[in-house]
Each structure stands twice: as structure tokens, then as C-alpha cells.
Design a protein around this ligand. Structure first.
Ligand code: ADP
Length: 372
């Protein structure tokens, strides 16, 4: 696996029961996954020679992030190394302009959008969609809200162009909430769909995921799952695909973006589904039959733990575990920086209010924002 973050750490964990030899290419020995994987290569994934050396002896390569240059992935494939998902699929998660063009081609619903050349063109786009505000996004390099601008004036429209990367303009969608349709697909074309979840963001960062999305119309949920399965098939995705969606106030779904790797909106599956997204990603990458994606409980809630100032993790664990014996804690071993995702908790049960309260309490306590 290329990339040493928490997604690699949890994918590695899912491979342990299958006896998989897991090799990691990581930026530093301190990275979340590098702390726990036995075979770690430290190096820069942007350097082709490093990637080639790393890939030698691997049966298959997969990723913890989408940043490996597309041309390097093509070079690895040309060397005969299976790359899953492959570059022709992954480019749609790397480049928002390529993604929008492909979604248009296959008739998947997107916000109105087009590439804009400069701030004046962004103003022209705003006029086309009924005025400001609009959203501008750099087509490459964004994550967790970085690379996304809410633009209200021509002056606001200057910053996105400074990076020298093409800029995609989108209408600002009037959404009721954000959903995610997560599926896993194998090279054989077998695919499984998890229940559609609701994802709540705070300051552009995922905060809470509720599985399944409360009060979601069955027909819309089915449409979202079918859409995700169709996107995966059309794009040739192998592994986990998260389709981030907007549910509009008038009851439609629009695709926000695609992630081709295990995803934060799927962390609930570790404790809330028969087969976790990580276990199914491993199976898909190895072209094994996929596991049952169905939920184990009526409701599962995931809350991210953001970096705060933990005074003392041990006493936080004492409190949280004593308060809620069903609580599942997943910490990533990362250095605490304010606002950084350092772990998550999962809770489950039959009463959504109770399940939400327990997850929020534990995440807040582990962060240090709740003290009793
Ligand atoms: P990232 O690559 O950082 O995850 P996204 O494209 O998902 O960026 O955008 C981050 C957040 O910005 C979204 O979760 C959503 O809340 C908001 N956003 C993005 N695009 C739009 C849009 N077209 N209309 C309204 N809100 C949007």
C-alpha cells in the first residue's frame, strides 16, 4: 500500500486475519501505518524510481491516498505490476475536472459546472447559474475542504487561480444534507453496496457519520446505491469507492466527489457491518469474493476525534470505557495537532438519539472538549 496514513493502518489490520504480507511505502517512520506495519519503505511516492523499487516483489499495489501521479501508475502497470484501482479509474478521483466530464458523459447528476479561465470568467459563470455565491475548486490537490472556495465577489475569485492549477466552477448547491454511497468492486466485476449514510461536516471536515442515513427515502437510497455501482463499473474501479453526494432540498441527489480507497464515511463498517470497508477493500484488491456489506445493528454512528489537548489518554479511556462498554475506539497513533483527525469512535444500537449521544460524548471526551 502506498501512503502511511490511518487508512493504511486500518487496511493492514484487516489483512492480518488473512495472513497477508503487507508492505508499506510511507513518507516518514512516524506515519500512522508505518508505526505498525513490519515491512516499511520510507520514500517519496512522487518519485518513480522509489515507486518501482517499492513495487518489486509486490503482487498488487493499492493506495491510502489519491496523490500518486497518474503517469507513475501507468509506468508501474507497464512494468507488469497490477495497480488497483488502476490509473484510468483513479484519475477521476485525482482530478475534479476529469471527474465532472466523465459523470456528464455517463449521465450521472452533478451540480452545474465548468472549467473557468480567470476571475472574470468565474463572474460570467456566476451569471450563467443565477448569480453569486458560487464554488471554485482547484481540480487537483484538495482535501478536507482545502482547495475549495465559497466565492461571493469577483475579488474572492482571485485566490483559487494563484496555485496555477485549472479551476472548476460549480453552482452552490442548496443541499439539505450530505450523503455517501459506498461500494466495493472486484476485478471480476463483483460488487457490494453498503447502506447509504449521512455525513455531517464541521468546518469542511467530516465530524459525524450516521448509518443508515436517517429518514432517507427508500427509493432515493436505492438510486444512490445504483448510481455508485454504475459509476464504479463505468470507470472500472477496483476496491472501495465512496461517492459523496448532496441531497438537495427538493429531493434529488447530486455527486459531489469520488474517493477510490477506504473512506471516512465508511469507518462505521468496522463495528457496524458484517464485513468492514477495509476487509472488503483487501478482498477486492486481491480479487477474492467480497463479504456481506449489511449492517449488524439498527444504527451505527461514527464520530471523528480531532486533535485537541489530551491531558492523559489513559484516564480518558478509563472514563469512556466505563461509561459505555459497547464503545469502540480507534486511535491512529498520530501526533496531536489542533483540528487534525487523530482517531474515531463507533457506537451502535436501536435508539438513534442514544447512539448519537454516546458517540459525541466519547469523541468530545477523547478530544478534551467534554470533561465529564
Ligand atoms: P474536498 O476535496 O476538500 O473534500 P469537496 O469538493 O468535497 O472538497 O468540498 C468540501 C465541502 O464543500 C463539501 O463537503 C461541501 O460541504 C462543500 N461544497 C463543495 N462543493 C459544493 C457545491 N457545489 N455546493 C455547495 N457546497 C459545496
Amino acid at each position: 500500500m502506498v501512503g502511511g496514513g490511518q487508512l493504511a493502518r486500518m487496511t493492514h489490520e484487516a489483512g492480518i486475519p488473512l495472513g497477508i504480507k503487507f508492505k508499506l511505502l510511507s513518507d516518514t517512520p512516524q506515519d500512522s501505518a508505518a508505526q505498525v506495519v513490519s515491512e516499511v519503505v520510507i520514500g517519496d511516492y512522487r518519485d518513480l524510481d522509489t515507486l518501482r523499487d517499492f513495487a518489486r516483489g509486490c503482487d498488487v499495489i493499492t493506495f491510502d491516498h489519491e496523490h500518486v501521479p497518474t503517469e507513475h501508475l501507468r509506468a508501474l502497470e507497464a512494468d507488469g505490476i497490477p495497480v488497483r484501482p488502476g490509473p484510468d479509474a483513479l484519475v477521476h478521483a485525482q482530478d475534479k475536472g476529469v471527474m465532472r466530464a466523465k459523470l456528464d458523459e455517463i449521465g450521472a447528476p452533478s451540480p452545474r459546472h465548468r472549467i473557468v479561465a480567470d476571475p472574470a470568467d468565474a463572474v460570467a459563470f456566476a451569471a450563467e447559474v443565477g448569480g453569486f455565491p458560487i464554488i471554485l475548486k482547484t481540480v487537483r490537490g484538495g482535501y478536507d475542504g482545502k482547495g475549495v472556495w465559497f466565492v461571493r465577489t469577483e475579488k474572492d475569485a482571485r485566490d483559487p487561480f494563484l496555485a496555477g492549477v485549472p479551476v472548476l466552477a460549480e453552482e452552490k448547491v442548496d443541499f439539505a444534507r450530505e450523503l455517501a454511497a459506498n461500494i466495493v468492486r472486484s476485478p471480476h466485476g463483483q460488487a457490494v453496496a453498503y447502506p447509504v449514510v449521512e455525513s455531517r461536516q464541521v468546518d469542511g471536515v467530516c465530524d459525524t457519520v450516521i448509518a443508515p442515513a436517517p429518514d432517507l427515502d427508500d427509493e432515493l437510497a436505492g438510486q444512490a446505491q445504483e448510481l455508485a455501482l454504475r459509476i464504479a463499473k463505468e470507470l472500472g474501479v477496483v476496491g472501495h469507492l465512496a461517492v459523496e453526494l448532496f441531497e438537495t432540498t427538493d429531493g434529488r441527489i447530486l455527486v459531489n466527489e469520488l474517493a477510490m480507497r477506504p473512506h471516512n464515511s465508511g469507518h462505521w463498517t468496522q463495528d457496524g457491518a458484517v464485513t468492514s470497508q477495509f476487509a472488503n477493500h483487501v478482498r477486492a484488491v486481491l480479487d477474492l469474493p467480497l463479504g456481506d456489506p449489511r449492517p449488524r445493528a439498527t444504527w451505527t454512528v461514527m464520530c471523528n476525534v480531532l486533535g485537541g489537548d489530551y491531558p492523559d489518554m489513559y484516564s480518558a479511556y478509563l472514563h469512556c470505557m466505563a461509561r459505555d462498554p459497547q464503545l469502540k475506539i480507534h486511535m491512529y497513533g498520530k501526533d496531536v495537532k489542533p483540528g487534525r483527525k487523530v482517531g474515531h469512535v463507533n457506537t451502535y444500537g436501536d435508539d438513534l438519539d442514544d447512539v448519537l449521544e454516546r458517540a459525541r460524548h466519547a469523541a468530545g471526551y477523547l478530544r478534551g472538549t467534554i470533561t465529564e
